[in-house]
Design a protein around this ligand. Structure first.
Ligand code: AGP
Length: 593
């Protein structure tokens, strides 16, 4: 959700720096933006507005400043207005706060503070933070760090906050449930952000703040501590292997297209796993009693595909439960259970909650994530990184195929066929490289133009193409805003076929497999009701109105089949004049429940 970025150090351009860095986090939220910078006369300059930070010129913040915070918002409490945009301030305007998450008990704290004379301007939960800190600071000898600690102890809910104190020239950050990472620069300068791309231009050395921890930076010195006990904490320095160019759009018009094209290489990177680790994970799957996959959204559809991978390749029964529903099934968890969580960001609140439930039952957790050092990666018992590199478009593309590649590799390892699995995936990577050429995209553009004016689309598949049909629907919905639904092909005749009208676009995801005859029958049923069929598969059939060819990739067919749908969804968005990178109402990393 919201993007957070703060700077404290010796540079004199903190205002412009945080605005520029925050543009790299815009995928986290883009309803409104705001910045607070401490000027050399000790005052704070604040600017905020509704709309995207992308349109803001950093050069307008040219006043000298060495301490600044900036925020891009994904609204929860209070509408999308300039007043509700962060930062929020104490009554005396010396403390500015930006926040990601929800302070659940803000109502009672606000009433209490109002009774003490504090004036509130916004409808947000966030505004209680600077006022409560201000109140605590009135107690003699209290530092900003201590006042923030006491405030945090009062809060319930999940949050990450940055507090700027113009008087003491201190930056304090605290987290409980929402991510914060400290970038360590040269000569006592620090960058604190909700995600690494904000400061990747300046440093790749980071320190992770864990839940229940806070950090205070003043005069080039940094101090980590536990919020509850105030005990000092020491933190490891970690070097991140992401590069600036990986996190930029480069020659592409949108991140989504760049990330789709990166699949020429990202499957190979996903398969680049340590054999011993994969075999250890395979062993824990073989030995566990009850293995459950859990994740959200696209990662959830990846888990559903993995159900099929484990069943078909390894003859192993694994269940999927959406992470938001997972806690309901806690009765079935035991110390011998293994929970496999899948996440691109590694910060999804529902997944973290599921992990908490699993851990409380003594179960072990395997995480398959993209973001090194993320909360999920650090909380898991075992972690496999998919090595997709930064994924910035809200729509998950290369992370989804990378997750499938790792899960398919693990399924092969469980079947005692690790080498075979790797060979299959490397061959698939080569096929994807051949497939992703400009002519291929032009062909999909032609198809997109023919169907872009329709308001409803349906996607069908059987076997692992069924979860891919559901994933196709997510891709089309989230970027083009066309109503799309994915079904198991055999289910249509049990109800949804009533929705088919003359010309309704229906996408059929096919493999070169034993389901071909069934799929063709289901397609015929759709055609008989007037549907326009877009067939995606290795073979052409007469029942297709349009055919998008994909390579025959055997057990990796789900991976190759979703790629033309990603391109189609992207092109539908562009043709319909939508912004595929920042679709309405969404944010990249969903850190609220
Ligand atoms: C996919 O295109 C989404 N925007 C969304 O469904 C996403 O996959 C989901 O929120 C899970 O995120 P995660 O992988 O970062 O946990």
């Amino acid at each position: 959700m919201c993007g957070i970025f703060g700077y404290i150090g010796k540079r004199k351009n903190a205002g412009a720096l945080v605005i520029k860095g925050l543009k790299n986090l815009e995928y986290r939220g883009y309803d409104s933006w705001g910045v607070a910078m401490r000027l050399s006369d000790g005052s704070i300059k604040c600017e905020k507005d509704v709309g995207k930070i992308g349109a803001v010129n950093p050069d307008q913040f040219k006043e000298e400043s060495s301490l600044a915070i900036a925020h891009s918002r994904w609204a929860t409490h209070g509408g999308v207005t300039k007043i509700n945009a962060h930062p929020h301030f104490s009554c005396d305007q010396t403390i500015a706060v930006i926040h990601n998450g929800i302070i659940e008990n803000y109502g009672e704290i606000r009433d209490e503070l109002k009774a003490k004379g504090h004036t509130f301007r916004s409808e947000t939960d966030t505004e209680v933070i600077p006022h409560l800190i201000e109140e605590e600071l009135k107690k003699k000898g209290t530092t900003l760090e201590e006042a923030t600690r006491r405030a945090c102890i009062r809060f319930t809910g999940r949050y990450a906050i940055l507090v700027l104190d113009a008087r003491s020239q201190t930056l304090v950050a605290a987290r409980t449930g929402s991510p914060l990472i400290i970038g360590v620069g040269e000569g006592g300068e620090y960058f604190i952000a909700s995600d690494i791309p904000a400061f990747l231009e300046y440093t790749r050395t980071v320190q992770y703040l864990d839940d229940g921890e806070m950090v205070a930076v003043h005069d080039g010195k940094i101090r980590f501590s536990d919020i509850a006990s105030s005990a000092e904490r020491t933190k490891r320095l970690v070097t991140i292997d992401w590069t600036v160019s990986e996190a930029e759009k480069g020659e592409y018009e949108h991140y989504m297209l760049k990330e789709i094209m990166d699949q020429k290489d990202s499957i190979r990177r996903a398969v680049h796993q340590d054999d011993e680790e994969i075999l250890a994970v395979a062993k824990s799957i073989e030995n566990c009693i009850g293995c459950i996959l859990t994740a959200c959204g696209t990662a959830g559809k990846v888990c559903m595909a993995a159900d099929y991978f484990f069943s078909v390749v390894a003859k192993r029964h694994v269940n999927f439960t959406p992470a938001s529903e997972f806690p309901i099934f806690h009765h079935f968890l035991r110390p011998e259970s293994l929970i496999i969580v899948v996440s691109q960001s590694g910060e999804t609140a529902d997944v973290l909650e599921a992990m908490k439930v699993a851990k409380a039952a003594g179960s072990k957790v395997l995480a398959i994530v993209n973001t090194q050092g993320s909360s999920i990666a650090r909380a898991a018992d075992y972690t496999l990184l998919i090595n997709a590199g930064p994924e910035k478009a809200v729509a998950s593309t290369k992370a989804a195929t990378g997750q499938m590649a790792v899960l398919l590799l693990v399924a092969h390892a469980v079947a005692g066929k690790l080498h075979e699995g790797r060979t299959l995936l490397l061959e698939t990577s080569g096929q994807i490289n051949d497939m992703l050429n400009p002519r291929y995209i032009d062909h999909i553009r032609d198809v997109a133009k023919k169907i872009a004016s329709h308001d409803n689309m349906y996607i069908i598949g059987k076997g692992w193409n069924y979860p891919m049909a559901m994933e196709s629907a997510i891709k089309i919905q989230e970027v083009s805003y066309i109503h799309a639904e994915g079904f198991a092909a055999g289910e249509l005749k049990h109800g949804p076929i009533a929705l088919i009208e003359k010309g309704t676009p229906c996408i059929a995801l096919m493999g070169n497999d034993e389901f071909t005859a069934d799929m063709v029958s289901n397609i015929m049923e759709l055609r008989a009701r007037g549907a326009q069929i877009i067939g995606i598969g290795p073979k052409k059939f007469d029942v297709f109105d349009h055919w998008i060819k994909v390579p025959d990739s055997g057990a990796a067919q789900a991976i190759v089949n979703i790629i033309p749908v990603q391109i189609l969804a992207y092109l539908l968005a562009v043709i319909r004049g939508r912004d595929p990178d920042m679709p309405r109402n969404l944010a990249k990393s969903v850190t609220v429940k």
